[in-house]
Design a protein around this ligand. Structure first.
Ligand code: ATP
Ligand code: MG
Length: 729
């Protein structure tokens, strides 16, 4: 058999991994060394050489996008569709299992997925019911606790009682929250994994079936598996079997969410006879970028240790831009992107990566002003926008009346005179009867427990949902979505807003109709867990919406600049990369600098960022930044300093000079409050940074900036002379 198409463009170590005999195998290798490529080729190898059926393969990727890409690649290689192959994220796979075995999993057939927003909403209600103060029990923190428990395979009963009141309180909240979820047929993200795990654990027949079926399990980005995901893999393979995992300990960036880099090491103990293959050649980046990445990560202790090299040339130096503030940073980045496009580059080849989601706003505004289309991965997801969530909440109620978070969301959206007091009455009734808000509303209407006006309004709402269900039943999904948007009054409400936002929201609602149509056209019924005999597209679509970490702005397929958080960038690569906001406090994040373990995770995140770049890398930081409503003067991130200076080029340090001889520093025209005629080598005092020496001066008037070295405040900083309150000494 000719297998050259699988193996030809692989190096010897990669080939060894792809062609390894069946059995546990671990590929341990640094960024860009071809781990994902090897995993994809291995699937092709199993299907062709090992004669594996697509049904016998389970491949786990880090995002839905990666899953779609991998499936596409394998299909292209094999030149045929591979329907039976299960490929997706841990969550996606768990969801599919639960849809198929909802009865054994003790779930209602139409169970709904709670995203983190819904989860917080539900928790708030539980806290209110317990008379707990949200300030003392912040819902996101409580959610974090519950999610961690689930990731560690702990139900409330499994939590040890250490006698501490706080622990007991947490346990009670967890218990009640879970009861609410059960009652409403709601499953949060952590629950998806835990339920699927319990499904296998508690049903030996199902476990045997899936063990028998999935002869080959492959997992990408294994360093970021958490306890339950690791246990999943163990359970499914029975500690033996053909398990193929790839990972890089230096790219473990979800420790805060329970990932355990130790799982990479444990694998060798838990899977007897496991082979390890290391890949050392990097094919992604230039030599300079790779050297920078290696130097940076060398500052972390306790690594498994890898030696990455590239046959590529040095390439361009890494450009460092010292921006005056966040607006200047965005202006600079967008200008460079514009030049890139002008020189024939694709917009999609440029990526702007940041630590915190909120940083995207300034870039978005600047890109819009420059008429450059862009896309955000992760952040503002289509399915997370308010108007979309409103429409989905209606659809969810149509599918499942007891979905309380959806009920609360839209009972008075658009406004229909159901006030907070009425909703409180409903909540109270639901609590005392132990039922859902929907049932409480029915009960109160029957018993006359609501005043005339409130009763009419509530009855109107219930009738609307019933009518939407009845009238659209059996119709094609886009039709149903369309009806919900119109008859709920959502479309009219946003149309009346008559501003840009309202218009955008109506467009988004229209897009939801399209999305539901696309979903039916493109979704593989098996993949999305739809019973072919009795297809329930509405539920499948709602689950898709909850799970989808879809793309943001920019029409699909349009060539757009890519914006995303560093976490979202894992596994991806781009010719041109900008890492922005490299400042102490922002990146590394202020809450991570105190503890060595957390600081190392931040450094791994920086390593992920640097290693996304193929040809050109920019590192940007600002002298001044508005952050959390305050003006800050951060010093450059230590990660910038950890990259050897000989690999970098300081964009600011060499201002454009005309002619060969350096021009004298421009005189500084008077701006209010600014010392006149600031000159290099002058000594000055800053109210915050203390004494320093002027190194350079640029611009005039309000635009005058001075670079001043403050030996006691972290070195050189650019300051706007007009605002810096410098005193000449
Ligand atoms: P990461 O750690 O970032 O996930 P990775 O180890 O998964 O990286 P890949 O994304 O698989 O690396 O590969 C990096 C790049 O190198 C890709 O563009 C890939 O196509 C290319 N590549 C991998 N191996 C080879 C090879 N033997 N010859 C040529 N190109 C290769
Ligand atoms: Mg990869």
């Amino acid at each position: 058999m000719d297998v050259s198409w699988i193996l030809d463009d692989l190096n010897a170590a990669q080939r060894a991994a792809v062609t390894a005999p069946l059995g546990p195998l671990r590929v341990l290798a640094g960024a860009g060394s071809g781990k994902t490529r090897v995993l994809t080729r291995r699937i092709a190898w199993l299907l062709t050489v090992e004669n594996a059926s697509p049904w016998s393969i389970l491949a786990v990727t880090f995002t839905n996008k990666a899953a779609a890409e991998m499936r596409g690649r394998v299909e292209k290689m094999l030149d045929q569709p591979i329907g039976g192959l299960w490929i997706g994220t841990f969550h996606g796979i768990a969801h599919r299992l639960l849809r198929q075995h909802w009865q054994e999993a003790r779930l209602p057939r139409a169970f709904q997925i709670l995203d983190s927003d819904d989860q917080t909403r539900l928790l708030k209600r539980v806290l209110r019911g317990l008379n707990l103060d949200e300030k003392k029990w912040p819902p996101p923190q409580v959610a974090g606790f519950i999610n961690r428990c689930k990731d560690e395979i702990q139900r409330p009963a499994d939590l040890a009682d250490d006698g501490k009141p706080v622990q007991r309180q947490y346990r009670q909240i967890y218990t009640l929250y879970q009861q609410e979820c059960e009652r409403g047929g709601l499953v949060d993200f952590g629950e998806l994994l835990l339920r699927a795990y319990e499904l296998w654990r508690d049903h030996p027949d199902l476990q045997a079936h899936y063990r028998e079926r999935f002869q080959h399990v492959l997992v990408d980005e294994f360093q970021d598996t958490n306890t339950i995901q690791y246990q999943w893999v163990r359970l499914l393979s029975g500690g033996r079997g053909d398990v193929f995992i790839v990972g890089d300990d230096d790219q473990c960036v979800y420790g805060w969410r329970g990932s355990k880099v130790e799982n990479l090491q444990r694998f060798a103990d838990d899977f007897p006879g496991a082979q390890t293959i290391r890949l050392e050649q990097n094919y992604r980046s230039t030599h300079n970028i790779l050297k920078a990445a290696n130097a940076l990560i060398a500052h972390n202790a306790g690594r498994l240790g890898k030696n990455l090299w590239t046959a590529d040339g040095d390439g361009e130096p890494i450009q460092i831009y010292d921006a005056f503030n966040e607006v200047d940073e965005a202006r600079f980045v967008v200008e460079r992107v514009r030049q890139w496009v002008e020189q024939g580059g694709q917009r999609r080849d440029a990526a702007i990566l940041y630590r915190s989601n909120a940083q995207s706003r300034v870039f978005e505004e600047t890109l819009i002003a420059a008429a450059l289309p862009y896309r955000i991965y992760g952040g503002l997801r289509f399915f997370e926008r308010a108007e979309i969530k409103d429409a989905l909440a209606y659809l969810r109620l149509v599918a499942h009346r007891d979905d309380d978070p959806s009920f609360e969301r839209v009972v008075n959206t658009p406004p229909r005179a159901i006030g907070e007091r009425t909703v409180d009455l409903l909540r109270e009734a639901a609590r005392s009867r132990g039922g859902s808000l929907w049932q409480a509303a029915l009960g109160l209407l029957a018993s006359g427990g609501l005043s005339g006006r409130a009763a009419n309004a509530v009855r109107g709402f219930l009738n609307l949902i019933e009518a939407l269900d009845r009238d659209s039943h059996g119709q094609p999904l886009p039709e149903r979505v369309e009806q919900v948007i119109t008859r709920s009054g959502l479309r009219a409400m946003y149309e009346q807003a008559r501003d840009d936002k309202g218009e955008m929201r109506v467009e988004n609602l229209e897009e939801l109709v399209n999305a539901s149509g696309d979903f039916i056209t493109h979704a593989d019924p098996v993949v999305v867990g739809v019973d072919p005999d009795e297809p329930d597209w509405l539920n499948a679509f709602l689950a898709h919406a909850a799970l989808e970490s879809g793309q943001g702005q920019g029409a699909a397929g349009e060539d757009s600049v890519q914006l995303m958080t560093l976490h979202m960038a894992k596994g991806l690569e781009f010719p041109l990369v900008f890492l922005v906001g490299l400042e102490e406090g922002l990146f590394p994040h202020s809450r991570s600098t105190a503890e060595a373990r957390q600081l190392e995770e931040e450094r791994r995140l920086a390593y992920v960022g640097v290693t996304r770049a193929q040809r050109q890398l920019y590192l940007c930081h600002a002298e001044r930044r508005n952050w959390y409503g305050r003006e800050n003067y951060p010093s450059p991130s230590r990660f910038v300093r950890e990259i050897p200076a000989e690999l970098t080029h300081d964009v600011r340090a060499q201002p454009k000079r005309r002619g060969k001889t350096p021009l004298p520093a421009p005189p500084v025209a008077a701006a209010p409050g600014a010392p006149v005629g600031l000159q290099p080598r002058q000594r000055v005092r800053h109210p915050q940074f203390g004494e320093g020496v002027v190194l350079e001066v640029e611009g005039a008037g309000y635009h005058a900036r001075a670079k001043v070295n403050f030996p006691t405040a972290g070195g050189a900083k650019w300051l706007v002379v007009a605002y810096a309150k410098l005193e000449v000494l």
